[in-house]
Design a protein around this ligand. Structure first.
Ligand SMILES: [Zn+2]
Length: 62
């Protein structure tokens, strides 16, 4: 599974990139059970969204 950064939409390589894992509440059902959506975001500053292609980003992280 490919992880995508929630901030810059670039790929996150779990083996080489430093990233935070976030959990957002999606919704709850009538019984009060919460459905979560999980996301990741780079620890280091991200380039502006759309300004770097995935291939360029991979080169930057290497
Ligand atoms: Zn990012």
């Amino acid at each position: 599974m490919t992880l995508l950064c929630e901030r810059c939409y670039g790929p996150v390589d779990p083996t080489t990139d430093r990233y935070y894992r976030l959990a957002h509440i999606d919704h709850s059902d009538a019984a009060g059970n919460v459905a979560w959506r999980h996301a990741v975001v780079h620890v280091d500053a991200c380039p502006a969204a759309g300004s770097v292609t995935p291939a360029e980003q991979r080169g930057r992280a290497a």
